[in-house]
Ligand binder design. Structure first.
Ligand SMILES: [Zn+2]
Length: 445
């Protein structure tokens, strides 16, 4: 059974919840993500959607005034404004973005799939499959206190590689009514078609219906707060496709005695700072590892800028002690984390046993932040256990696979009895007749 113990009188800044060798029958309940009371947002969202559908740009402007306190003359940034803003990006940030761009681009280029060549499944029956880009996509980039520059690269690069013809970026305006310069720079790099300085539910509504300035899109990508996430779900009712199911961020670190506690603590803290609802999980093979990491967390927490957020996240978090790494890995596959760090001896050996995870980081020198920004992999990943059903975002998410077939008269003769037998067994006589009509057809020549 599990036990809980307090390490210190003051548990702030500690992972209080701990489990020792929990039995597999208890794993599912341990792995349940924390549930947060969410007010129903449906009313607010449906009103905003209606307003934007009927009033277009006018609604986007008045809603931006209401929620962001900004008066916009135009919701769209002009090409000149984008260039001007992008040019004010500090040089070191510009260099960093360029290098991250290169790494992400080269890794994602490998993901561009080949079309399936025509293949004769039986004589005269030829099938093939082609990858076609989703024509218009919308990228939602949160702004405010954490403008997600990296997300512009993570969404924009695969969109461009897939060949999407219109890539529309929506982001809330900054206090001066403009857009963060580095977001403009990253958008220019990936070839975004338009930047719309509108955020929140109204941005998703604009992308759903289209307005004078915002083209309606076929699929929406990107993270956001609970309003934006709920608005994306709402947009689905109008035929808009969505990216991955993603909620609060999470990380699991599997650590044995070869792990460096300071690194493990730093990784747990880096993920905890995403939001108060983030969850971080430490799975260790020794009690001492847990104790050392906890001490490091306290130490490193002292001067973290987002300290209060981290402390909240640690309250949703837990540690698990297992006798061996093999059981730890089985537990990890049950939890199905968004990020999984293997801080163990010979991580390559156990990496092959990963079944459910969004992104895996091997060894002491592979921090999760590398994947967030610059190594080349995508940071858009399923959370909340969805990695059992979904993988990392990539070029495929911006493509559709279309199948083609071309059958000769001989080919159809060969298939006819198969089609009609199954069609009739299903009670779909018209399907059978569509074949028989053709076989009985005599050309009048
Ligand atoms: Zn992160």
């Amino acid at each position: 059974m599990f036990f809980q113990r307090l390490l210190r009188q003051d548990a702030r800044g500690q992972i209080v919840k701990q489990y020792k060798n929990p039995r597999p029958k208890d794993w599912a309940s341990i792995c349940m993500r924390p549930v947060f009371e969410r007010a129903s947002l449906e009313d607010t969202i449906s009103k905003i959607f209606e307003d934007v559908r009927i009033n277009g740009d006018k609604a986007l402007k008045s809603l931006t005034k209401k929620y962001d306190g900004i008066d916009l003359a135009n919701v769209m940034l002009s090409k000149e404004e984008i260039s001007e803003l992008a040019s004010t990006t500090p040089p070191d940030l510009k260099m960093a973005i360029l290098t991250a761009y290169k790494n992400i681009l080269s890794f994602h280029r490998l993901q561009v799939p080949l079309n399936l060549k025509p293949y004769e499944t039986s004589r005269g029956v030829v099938c093939w499959q082609e990858n076609k880009a989703i024509e218009k996509v919308g990228l939602y980039i949160p702004g405010g206190s954490a403008p997600l520059i990296s997300t512009v690269l993570m969404l924009g690069i695969p969109a461009r590689l897939a060949g999407c013809s219109e890539v529309i970026l929506c982001t809330p305006p900054s206090a001066d009514g403009l857009v963060n310069p580095a977001i403009c720079l990253a958008a220019q790099l990936v070839g975004v078609s338009k930047i719309i300085r509108v955020g929140g539910v109204q941005a998703i509504a604009g992308l759903t219906f289209g307005t004078e300035s915002v083209p309606a899109v076929n699929k929406v990508f990107g993270p956001g707060n609970q309003y934006v996430s709920a608005a994306k779900e709402y947009a689905r009712r109008y035929g808009v496709g969505l990216d991955l199911p993603a909620g609060p961020s999470e990380i699991m670190v599997i650590a044995d005695e070869t792990a460096i506690p300071a690194f493990v603590a730093a990784d747990l803290l880096s993920q905890a700072e995403h939001g108060p609802d983030s969850q971080v999980v430490l799975v260790a093979s020794k009690t001492e590892v847990i104790d050392k990491v906890q001490r490091e967390i306290l130490k490193q927490l002292k001067d973290l800028p987002r300290r209060e957020i981290v402390i909240k996240a640690l309250e949703n978090s837990f540690c698990v002690l297992f006798k061996d790494v093999k059981t730890a890995m089985d537990f990890a596959n049950t939890y199905a984390p968004e990020h999984l760090i293997l801080s163990v001896a010979n991580p390559e050996k156990i990496a092959g046993q990963v079944i459910n995870a969004g992104s895996v980081f091997l060894g002491n020198f592979t921090p999760e932040s590398a994947g967030d920004y610059a190594s080349g992999t995508n940071h858009t990943l399923p959370t909340g256990g969805w990695t059992k059903a979904y993988g990392s975002l990539g070029v495929d998410d911006f493509l559709k696979k279309i199948s083609f077939q071309n059958i000769s008269k001989d080919g159809l003769e060969g298939l006819a009895s198969i089609i009609t037998t199954i069609a009739e067994a299903e009670g779909l006589g018209a399907h059978a007749r569509a074949v028989i009509k053709r076989l009985n057809f005599k050309e009048n020549i």
